[in-house]
Design a protein around this ligand. Structure first.
Ligand SMILES: [Zn+2]
Ligand SMILES: [Zn+2]
Length: 272
């Protein structure tokens, strides 16, 4: 049981104490967790001083009575913030870097009205295009987070990406695979009233079909009660698609952990 996307009070939208997070993880039988607080770079966004963050969390990093704690960051990527993101990461010893899109072409997609002047298909296209452009220029990351996050908001709320936008989705997935990046299955979608994880199952299936095998699972917990939320369901979904392992990271190095369960020979994937 692992959950490698959790927030603490270092994020503007969480008040969780890191020690309490570890205890909550223990209570739901997690054996690996990653603290991945927000660093976004537009004025007013959530960010923190990386040196004090790493210094304060150093005491919690590593093995704690059966739980391995990684200290990472969820980096908000944007084409215009590439220099800020690079300076933030520097040579700092994060265990894991999640790259996430919280803005599309500089607009915060969580602000009401996202995409209200275009169609949902145009909004999905803009999102996938910008995600690929941003990932290319902010490519110092390990995991791409909550891929279809526009499903939470505005014109794209609850919709499925369709039409021309799928060309750009495929381009993004192909790039992630070619760069040996990992795709996250983020369980928070249900907490936003959606009927799926981020991304939806069909996108994970498309990633698998294109050759993607590297996946993480994360709750994106901002409160203690969400730590480990729906992780068993996420593992079952991955297993159903054909994935055989989930990744964890430590020292920016990935480790593939077998997903419990039986697999056919066709589904079996041998870790390299
Ligand atoms: Zn996020
Ligand atoms: Zn998050």
């Amino acid at each position: 049981m692992i959950d490698v996307h959790c927030h603490t009070r270092f994020s503007i939208d969480s008040q969780t104490e890191p020690c309490a997070l570890i205890e909550a993880a223990r209570a739901v039988n997690l054996t690996r967790i990653a603290i991945t607080d927000h660093a976004d770079f537009a004025p007013g966004d959530s960010s923190f001083d990386p040196d004090s963050y790493l210094r304060e969390l150093a005491i919690l990093r590593g093995d704690h009575n059966g739980i391995r704690v990684a200290v990472g960051v969820e980096l908000g990527i944007q084409v215009g913030h590439a220099a800020s993101a690079a300076a933030f990461l520097g040579k700092r010893p994060f265990d894991m870097v999640i790259a996430s899109m919280h803005r599309v072409r500089a607009h915060d997609i969580g602000v009401p009205g996202w995409g209200c002047d275009i169609t949902a298909e145009e909004a999905w296209t803009a999102y996938f295009q910008d995600a690929l452009d941003s990932a290319r220029v902010c490519d110092n990351f390990d995991v791409f987070g909550h891929l279809d996050i526009p499903r939470r908001y505005g014109i794209t709320r609850g919709t499925r990406a369709e039409g021309d936008s799928l060309v750009y989705l495929d381009a993004l997935l192909a790039w992630l695979i070619s760069e040996d990046k990992t795709l996250e299955l983020n369980t928070s979608g249900f907490r936003y009233g959606l009927d799926s994880f981020h991304p939806q199952k069909w996108i994970m299936e498309r990633y698998f079909q294109l050759g993607g095998r590297r996946v993480t699972v994360g709750s994106d917990a901002h409160v203690l009660g969400d730590v480990g939320s729906r992780i068993p369901d996420a593992l079952a979904l991955l297993r159903e698609i054909g994935f055989t392992h989930v990744r964890t990271f430590f020292n920016r190095s990935g480790e593939d952990i077998p997903i419990p369960g039986e697999f056919s020979d066709e589904q079996r994937w041998v870790c390299s």
